[in-house]
Design a protein. Structure first.
Length: 229
């Protein structure tokens, strides 16, 4: 059974979501002290976090940043704020998804299921391999890419995007293919979310001297270039 930490100060919404998620066989835990969320997160060790942006004391962005300094646990934002910068900010801080209120529960559960499958299926036998690309090694178990320059940790989304591109290096992988594979159903994610993740991945690859290794094909998708092929 997966444990979900639901960080939501609206008690009515919290109770409703807890009841419905419990029906899907998830264990749901809340927060008692909104000024000490990180400690409760550390004690609970949830498999996934759902967090609102507007919270007492400090906002959800603050707590997402704090959690990311300690854990790669998947984080889904749940918020009534609809400004595009909120979604961009959440992705830049390492969130895995963003759900805007009001929302249909079926959309939320689909995102939760897709995220959990994506994150916790990496330890299957077929994925216990190292992939080489441009003189770097992509470790699917550790979630890192490294070469002689450095070793860089990747978020689950970044790792999965790079895995898809590297497996088809020097070929165009369309944005639609990446979105569908990453989120299971392209209806449940914005095109902008993919752009944010790829841009963040490029910035990390720059530390390895690979800033130009992922090429954008306008109107099509991306190519993981590799001259060794």
């Amino acid at each position: 059974m997966f444990t979900i930490m639901l960080i939501e100060d609206d008690q009515t919404l919290f109770t409703e979501l807890k009841e419905r998620l419990t029906q899907w066989s998830y264990e749901v835990v809340g927060v008692k002290d909104f000024s000490n969320i990180l400690q409760e997160f550390t004690e609970r060790k949830p498999d996934l976090v759902i967090i609102d942006i507007q919270l007492p004391k400090f906002d959800g962005f603050h707590w997402c940043r704090m959690i990311r300094t300690h854990s790669k646990v998947p984080i889904v934002f749940l918020s009534s704020r609809d400004h595009p910068t909120d979604m961009v900010m959440s992705m830049q801080l390492g969130a895995d998804d963003f759900v805007q209120k009001p929302f249909h529960f079926d959309v939320l559960i689909a995102k939760i299921q897709a995220t959990l499958r994506r994150v916790y299926n990496y330890n299957t036998e077929q994925n216990l391999e190292l992939k080489t690309w441009c003189g770097a090694t992509l470790d699917l178990v550790k979630g890192t890419i490294s070469n002689e320059e450095a070793s860089i940790e990747l978020t689950k989304n970044e790792l999965y995007i790079l895995k898809l591109l590297v497996e088809r290096k020097n070929e165009i992988v369309t944005r639609e293919e990446i979105i569908t594979s990453l989120w299971d159903d392209e209806r449940f994610v914005s095109d902008n979310t993919l752009t944010v993740n790829v841009n963040r991945l490029r910035r990390k690859l720059a530390d390895l001297g690979l800033s130009e290794a992922i090429e954008t094909k306008i109107g099509q998708g991306y190519i993981a270039k590799d001259k060794t092929v």
